[in-house]
Design a protein around this ligand. Sequence first.
Ligand code: SF4
Ligand code: SF4
Length: 182
Amino acid sequence: MIEAVLTLTALGVVLGVVLGLAARFFKVEGNPLIDEVEAILPGIQCAQCGYPGCRPYAEAIVNDGEVVTNCPPGGMSTAALLAEKMGVDLDLSSMEEKEKTIAFVDESICIGCTRCFQVCPTDSLLGAPQQVHTVIPEVCTSCEECIPMCPTGALSMVPIETTVQTWHWHKPDSPGHQARTR
Ligand code: SF4
Ligand code: SF4
């Protein structure tokens, strides 16, 4: 019995050392700036920037000098913070502050085909075959991927109503941003 306990303990120690060494020697050095840029982005992976998620867009900004105004959900405040982080001048003239919207199902014309349900990347749609579908507003990221899928036009994007729950304090422009956009 003691031999078994000692053997298992020794095995655990050896495996622990091996894992520790592996973590040290096979560590992938990432660019910390990409992490910081990604942290500024909304993180909703909606792909509206044209990249398959926030991380690839952050990598393109840092590695390829991609413009910082490609994130519609983030809007002008996110673009300003990205420009601040990258130390680039910000031309907001090409950017439109997109109205915050979420998907909405007109249940009177929904036929329960489940096409929207199958494409939603955040499982924001609830429904079953031949049953009326509906949207979970708190989960919808406004990626609009479901809209072209609906054969009856039951799906549309509607403005997010400003309530105590949905109102949020806009980040004030930083002194550096104000200087750059004057
Ligand atoms: S817009 Fe549609 S597909 Fe996108 S998260 Fe909302 S419900 Fe899902
Ligand atoms: S795609 Fe349109 S009709 Fe089909 S389930 Fe979704 S909302 Fe209903």
